[in-house]
Ligand binder design. Structure first.
Ligand code: FAD
Ligand code: NAI
Length: 462
């Protein structure tokens, strides 16, 4: 039996970051992880492997579509799927080993195995009981299930199975036009699969800016993805090599069937808290099965905190990381803080899509007077040179004070560009503050400045 100041359950971006911060703040820290490697969903079966496959397939797309136009001739690359999966696995390994190194460097004990909490102050792993003044639950999430759809991770897969298919399928049906469906759907479309996305709602990526949604769908269609919108999937029927997806169109209740070699079920994720023994602790949960916490990430059981995908809020790695740091600060007696109004969201397709803050719909609903500054990448010299003129930057600012309220970008490097707007928002900046900041030429960032200028007297290059 060992005694700790803090034991963290789960080593995903929430858990491992919390562990490092706790150790940095002088707390004796352990982290329990049931997987064979550290890093959680994100590093093992989420952010990192999906981005590796997006990168590799994007390179192929560039070679096939843009190389010749730049005078780069020669044999176009072909896909060695086994090698691509090896590249993905090696990327995972360097990242998970990196966390192991950081644990050693910060003297964090990795307790291997699945944890339960018999009572506050105690964590059970196997037959061992460890004592901890504080416990942080960072147990993450798992794919939601869909009635009538049985996942075998070979023909009917979640994102986990989709990251290691035996071969590139001829026909893939993706259920759900959310982040996972569109990122992984893009990967396989680029690798040559015929991809059909079946979505329940009438717009893709629910909750995003409407103009971005429309443009994004148009660009994905241009890349070969097909969409069946307003369709409720009823069931799948699968053999060992093929599947049928049955859906009903919401507008007229008509029933349809599509064939697929692989079906990717991407209809959301739910908190994973199984085996922790939360029932016995009488821990308060939300209606959606998340652990209920207060402003300081404290659960209803004193001494137990919770962060990341297991609690409310966007299921994003960086949100989990920020909560991990903040909870550690709280435990150490400092003032940990997360600004939930400025958490960026990024979709790593091509072009990328990024957003922060409020959408126009949300502003309208709140009855807030706002103005819009928009700039197309067609007016950006660097984007035009790089065949990346599709998309735009849209900044929303308060009509009276000019304070930036939100931003929505679809275009090259959108996931990086969004951060200057995040920093501006953290500092309470106005659109004019951004517009008056000198931006290097020729960069994609100039499009952000131009959108900020468009909130005032007007963009220069439009
Ligand atoms: P997790 O990363 O889920 O980690 C929880 C860990 O806890 C797991 O390793 C689990 O084994 C362990 N655990 C659970 N219970 C126990 C127990 N009882 N005992 C011991 N260990 C336990 N987010 C982004 O921000 N950007 C992206 O690009 C992105 N891409 C994604 C792509 C895919 C395909 C998926 C599925 C997700 C993606 N996400 C992305 C979401 C991101 O992975 C999650 O938001 C993030 O991992 C949540 O972190 P977490 O620490 O809360 O939990
Ligand atoms: P999601 O919530 O983003 O999208 C699910 C989609 O499925 C929605 O559009 C929904 O309307 C649709 N849907 C639900 N039921 C359906 C049905 N019966 N038939 C047809 N469509 C249906 O969930 P997703 O894509 O599974 O991702 C899960 C989480 O992982 C997200 O919350 C996201 O935050 C995170 N993630 C983040 C990434 C990033 O930051 N780049 C990448 C991948 C995942």
């Amino acid at each position: 039996m060992a005694n700790y100041d803090v034991i963290i359950i789960g080593s995903g971006p929430g858990g491992y970051v919390a562990a490092i911060r706790c150790a940095q703040l002088g707390l004796k820290t352990a982290c329990v992880e049931g997987r064979d490697t550290l890093g959680g969903t994100c590093l093992n079966v989420g952010c990192i492997p999906s981005k590796a496959l997006l990168h590799a397939s994007h390179m192929l797309h560039e070679a096939e579509h843009n190389f010749a136009a730049m005078g780069l001739k020669g044999k176009s690359p072909s896909v060695d799927w086994t090698k691509m999966l090896k590249y993905k696995s090696e990327t995972i390994e360097t990242n998970t080993k990196g966390i192991e190194f950081l644990f050693k460097k910060n003297k964090i004990d990795w307790i291997k195995g699945w944890a339960s909490i018999p009572e506050a102050g105690r964590v059970k792993v196997g037959d061992d009981i460890h004592e901890a003044k504080n416990i942080i639950i960072a147990s993450g999430s798992e794919p939601s299930s869909l009635p009538g759809v049985e996942v075998d991770e070979k023909v009917v897969v979640t994102s986990t199975g989709a990251l290691e298919l035996g071969k590139v399928p001829k026909k893939m049906v993706v259920i759900g036009a959310g982040v996972i469906g569109l990122e992984l759907g893009s990967v396989y479309a680029r690798l040559g699969s015929e991809v059909t996305v079946v979505e329940f709602l009438d717009a893709i990526t629910p909750g995003m800016d409407g103009e971005v949604q429309k443009n994004f769908q148009r660009l994905l269609k241009k890349q070969g993805l097909s969409f069946v919108m307003g369709a409720a999937v009823q069931k799948t029927e699968a053999t060992k090599t093929k599947a049928k997806v049955h859906y009903k169109l919401r507008k007229d209740d008509s029933e349809h069937v599509i064939d697929a070699d692989v079906v990717l079920v991407a209809t959301g994720r739910k908190p994973f808290t199984e085996g922790l023994g939360l029932d016995k602790l009488d821990m308060q949960m939300t209606k959606r099965g998340q652990i209920q916490v207060n402003d300081h990430w404290q659960t209803s059981v004193p001494g137990i905190y919770a962060i990341g995908d297991a609690i409310e809020g966007p299921m994003l790695a960086h949100k989990a990381e920020d909560e991990g740091m903040a909870a550690a600060e709280q435990i150490a007696g400092r003032h940990g803080h997360v600004n939930y109004g400025v958490i960026p969201g990024v979709i790593y397709t091509h072009p990328e899509v990024a957003n922060v803050g409020m959408t126009e719909d949300a502003l309208k609903e709140a009855g807030r007077a706002y103005k819009v500054g928009k700039f197309s990448f067609m007016g950006n010299g660097r984007a035009k040179a790089n065949f990346a003129g599709d998309g735009f930057v849209k900044i929303l600012a308060d009509k009276d004070t000019d304070r930036i309220l939100g931003a929505h970008i679809i275009g090259p490097a959108a996931g990086d560009l969004i951060h200057e707007i995040c920093v501006a928002m953290e500092f309470g900046a106005s659109a004019q503050d951004l517009a008056m900041t000198c931006h290097a030429h020729p960069t994609y960032s100039e499009a952000v400045r131009e959108a900020a200028l468009a909130c005032g007297d007007g963009a220069i290059h439009m």
